[in-house]
Design a protein around this ligand. Structure first.
Ligand SMILES: Nc1ncnc2c1ncn2[C@@H]1O[C@H](COP(=O)(O)OP(=O)(O)OP(=O)(O)O)[C@@H](O)[C@H]1O
Length: 309
């Protein structure tokens, strides 16, 4: 067991351009540590470089420069051990239609050199809820079942680190719940989980650490709680007793009137306090019927970090 499941230093990837066109830099020097035992989220807009990063970890894309260490094994020095330490559930449903789920798991185990006596196909089929489909051809499985089979395939060699590329993109709520239950259970048993997702609520709920990637660079890397705390914007919503003639004003307070007559006051906790905001409302002659506050969420942090670049 190592403190960091993954250590990445100075990682660069430039895809070659076609027919003399300039190359495309997908990763521009990434340093990243992913602690063992965590559920780690990789977030970023389309084209940020997340898949490139994951595919380099999985050994599917060859890096241009930098070092990658997986579970204590340098990818260049110990390629076999570093590959054995990681399992990847890809985004595409790349299954051979002529294999049954049990067959697909056995072939995958063979590829990883897992001896027959140590194969766990039945256990994995149970985990992914496909015991009764063990002998069905992959082409007869529903999209959700295929996705679960991809998760199963990533687990055949009992990796220390499980990487999931957009595991719940386009899946229904029931399958999403099932995938998340599986992931929570595997993590509770000690597996390090790395996932990319476009669903920020999902990252907020599932991940204890997050890195935000933009244009091939890590622009933020922190615990989910700290990332959320980074934005100290607060919003106070005032419901007035009646129609308002004058809107409140005050230093550092931004005021907007909502269509339902409520007044939204945005301020920064570091600059202005709630009492000053309420005072500005009273000074405008507004009688308060109700008041509530809204917190910044990960969506706000994400937009703030990726907007200006
Ligand atoms: N095989 C390739 N050849 C050339 N350019 C590529 C290749 N794969 C990716 N790219 C480019 O590299 C950049 C990063 O792509 P990547 O797929 O890693 O991003 P991503 O963050 O995973 O995006 P998405 O969320 O859309 O999958 C993009 O500009 C993309 O067009």
């Amino acid at each position: 067991m190592t403190a960091n499941a993954i250590e990445i230093r100075g990682l660069r990837k430039t895809y070659a351009g076609r027919r003399g066109a300039p190359g495309k830099e997908a990763l521009g020097g990434v340093d990243l540590d992913i602690p063992a035992g965590s559920v780690f989220g990789l977030l970023g807009p389309n084209g940020a470089g997340k898949s490139t990063l994951i595919n380099i970890l999985a050994g599917l894309v060859i890096k241009t420069a930098g070092r990658v260490n997986i579970w204590g094994f340098d990818q260049d020095v110990n390629p076999r051990q570093s590959r054995a330490a990681i399992g990847v559930m890809p985004q595409e449903l790349n299954l051979d239609p002529f294999f049954t789920p049990r067959g697909a798991l056995e072939v995958q185990a063979g590829l990883y050199g897992v001896p027959k006596s140590q194969r766990r196909s039945d256990e994995i089929l149970r985990l992914i809820g496909l015991e009764d489909k063990a002998q069905a051809y992959a082409r007869t499985l529903s999209g959700g079942m295929r996705r679960r089979l991809l998760l199963g395939k990533a687990l055949v060699h009992a990796p220390h680190v499980l990487v999931l590329d957009e595991p719940t993109a386009g899946v229904d709520i029931e399958l999403r719940q099932m995938l998340w239950e599986n992931i929570r259970r595997l993590n509770a048993e000690g597996m390090t989980i790395i996932l990319t997702t476009h669903y920020l609520e999902e990252a907020e709920e599932m991940c204890d650490q997050i890195a935000i990637i933009n244009h091939g660079q890590v622009v933020a890397r922190d615990s989910t709680a700290n990332l959320l705390a980074r934005l100290d914007a607060r919003m106070m919503i005032i419901v007035p007793e009646g129609p308002t003639d004058t809107l409140p004003t005050g230093d550092g307070i931004e005021v907007t009137e909502r269509p339902d007559g409520a007044i939204a006051l945005t301020y920064h906790a570091g600059q202005t306090n709630a009492e000053a905001v309420l005072a500005s409302v009273r000074d405008a002659g507004i009688r308060i019927r109700d008041v509530r506050t809204e917190q910044a969420d990960l969506q706000d942090v994400f937009l703030e970090l990726t907007r200006s670049r």
